[in-house]
Design a protein around this ligand. Structure first.
Ligand code: 3PG
Ligand code: MG
Length: 397
C-alpha cells in the first residue's frame, strides 16, 4: 500500500494533527453510539506511546462554515475521555490564537481536541489558506478518518500535502478489510445490497456485478427489480421509472456470469408500522393493496446457501424494513448465519454503511463479522470503485 503509517514516522516531541471522525449520533446532549470514538483509541494511544502529542481535528454535523453552538464538538468530550481513560483538553477554535495557545499548553502525555473544523468555510472548500492555518499548529499529519475520506476537505485532503503525512490505525484497518473483501478477495464472493432505493445505489450495483459472483438484492430496491420482471408488487415502495435500468443491470450481470438473487417469497402487510398484520406469500402473489416489507424464509434459505458456498461476503443495506418489527427477520436471520460462518473462519464477512451497522447491531451479529466499517458514505463510495480523496492524498503525500 502506498502510504506511510505511524510506524514510519518519528513522533518524539512532535505535535501530531490527527484527523478523526467522531461525527457520532447525539441525543439530548449525550452520545448514543460511541463506536466511532472507541475505534480511534488505538491511534491516539499509539501517538502517545511514541512520544507524540495528539491534537485531534474533527468535524461534527453540518454547520456549513459558520459557528453553530449546538454543533460544538464539546458534546463528545465526556465520551472521548471515557474511551481514552484520560482527560482531554479542548480549544474553542481549530486555527488561530485559541488553537495555538492550547497546543502550546499541551503537556507530554496530554490529548487535545480542537473545535469543529466545519465552523470555518475554508474546511469544505479545501481552501489552501485555511489548510495552511491548520498546518501551522502541527508537525505531522495523521489521517484516521476513513469515514470522512470521501470528502476533499482541508482537514481530510489538503493537510496531507502540507505536513509529513501518514495513515492512522483505523484508516489502515478499514482499507485492509476493504481490500480483502473486494480488492483481492478470495472467491467466490457474494454481496448483499439492500436499502430503499435503486436510484441511490446504481453505481454500486454497476461496480459489484462486475466483481462478485453472487449479488443478493434486498429491501425496497428489490421491488424495482421484481416489477421490472413483470411481477406485481402491489403498493410496495418501487421506482417504476427505473425498470429499464434494472433490466439493464440484470442483463449485464447475466452476461458477466454474476448471479442475482431476488426474493422468492415475501412478507406483505397493508400498513407500514410495527407489528402490522402480515403474511408470507410467494413473490408473485403480493395482493394489489399490500406492500412487501421483508423477504420471506425461503429467500433466506437461498441467501444462506449462497453464503455457505462463498469465501467472501460484502454487505451493504438491510433486506427488509428492519427498523419495524417483525420486518427485521430476514435481515437478522441472514446476518446471524453470516456471523456464525465468519466466526467459524469459513467466510470473510465485511459490512458497512449507515443502516447496515444499525441493523447488524440490532441482530447482535456485528461482533462476529470479520470487519464492520465505521463508514457510511465513504464505504459506499469505495464499493462503487471511486477514489476517495482522503486516501488518494495519503498515497501521493
Ligand atoms: C459521516 O458521518 O458519514 C461522515 O462523518 C461524513 O459526514 P458528512 O456526510 O456530513 O460529510
Ligand atoms: Mg453522512
Amino acid at each position: 500500500m502506498g502510504w506511510k503509517t505511524l510506524d514510519d514516522m518519528d513522533l518524539k516531541g512532535k505535535v501530531v494533527l490527527v484527523r478523526v471522525d467522531i461525527n457520532v449520533p447525539v441525543e439530548a446532549g449525550r452520545v448514543t453510539d460511541a463506536t466511532r470514538i472507541e475505534r480511534i483509541v488505538p491511534t491516539v494511544k499509539d501517538v502517545l506511546a511514541r512520544g507524540g502529542k495528539p491534537v485531534l481535528l474533527a468535524h461534527f454535523d453540518r454547520p456549513k462554515g459558520k459557528v453553530v453552538p449546538e454543533m460544538s464538538l464539546r458534546v463528545v468530550l465526556p465520551a472521548l475521555e471515557a474511551a481514552l481513560g484520560t482527560k482531554v483538553a479542548f480549544a474553542e477554535d481549530c486555527i488561530g490564537p485559541k488553537a495555538a495557545e492550547a497546543i502550546a499548553a499541551l503537556p507530554a502525555g496530554g490529548v487535545l481536541l480542537l473545535e469543529n473544523t466545519r465552523f470555518h468555510a475554508g474546511e469544505e472548500k479545501n481552501d489552501p489558506g485555511f489548510a495552511q492555518a491548520l498546518a501551522a499548529g502541527g508537525d505531522i499529519y495523521c489521517n484516521d478518518a476513513f469515514s470522512a475520506a470521501h470528502r476533499a476537505h482541508a482537514s481530510t485532503e489538503g493537510l496531507a500535502h502540507l505536513l509529513p503525512a501518514c495513515a492512522g490505525r483505523l484508516m489502515q484497518a478499514e482499507l485492509s478489510a476493504l481490500e480483502k473483501a473486494l480488492g483481492q478477495p478470495e472467491r467466490p464472493v457474494v454481496a448483499v445490497v439492500g436499502g430503499a432505493k435503486v436510484s441511490t445505489k446504481l453505481d454500486l450495483l454497476g461496480n459489484l456485478i462486475a466483481r462478485v459472483d453472487t449479488l443478493v438484492i434486498g429491501g425496497g430496491m428489490a421491488n424495482t427489480f421484481l416489477a421490472a420482471k413483470g411481477i406485481n408488487v402491489g403498493k410496495s415502495l418501487c421506482e417504476h421509472d427505473l425498470a429499464d435500468t434494472a433490466r439493464a443491470i440484470m442483463d449485464k450481470a447475466e452476461a458477466g456470469g454474476c448471479e442475482i438473487l431476488l426474493p422468492l417469497d415475501v412478507v406483505v402487510a397493508r400498513e407500514f408500522k410495527a407489528n402490522a398484520a402480515h403474511e408470507t406469500v410467494a413473490v408473485d402473489a403480493c395482493p394489489s393493496d399490500a406492500m412487501i416489507l421483508d423477504a420471506g424464509p425461503e429467500t433466506v434459505v437461498k441467501i444462506v446457501a449462497a453464503f455457505r458456498a462463498s469465501k467472501t461476503l460484502v454487505w451493504n443495506g438491510p433486506l427488509g424494513a428492519f427498523e419495524i418489527e417483525p420486518f427485521n427477520e430476514a435481515t437478522d436471520d441472514a446476518a446471524r448465519e453470516a456471523a456464525a460462518l465468519s466466526k467459524g473462519g469459513r467466510l470473510l464477512a465485511v459490512a458497512g454503511g449507515g443502516d447496515t451497522v444499525a441493523a447488524l447491531n440490532a441482530s447482535g451479529s456485528a461482533d462476529d463479522f470479520t470487519y464492520v466499517s465505521t463508514a457510511g458514505g465513504a464505504f459506499l463510495e469505495w464499493l462503487e470503485g471511486k477514489t476517495l480523496p482522503g486516501v488518494a492524498a495519503l498515497e501521493t503525500a
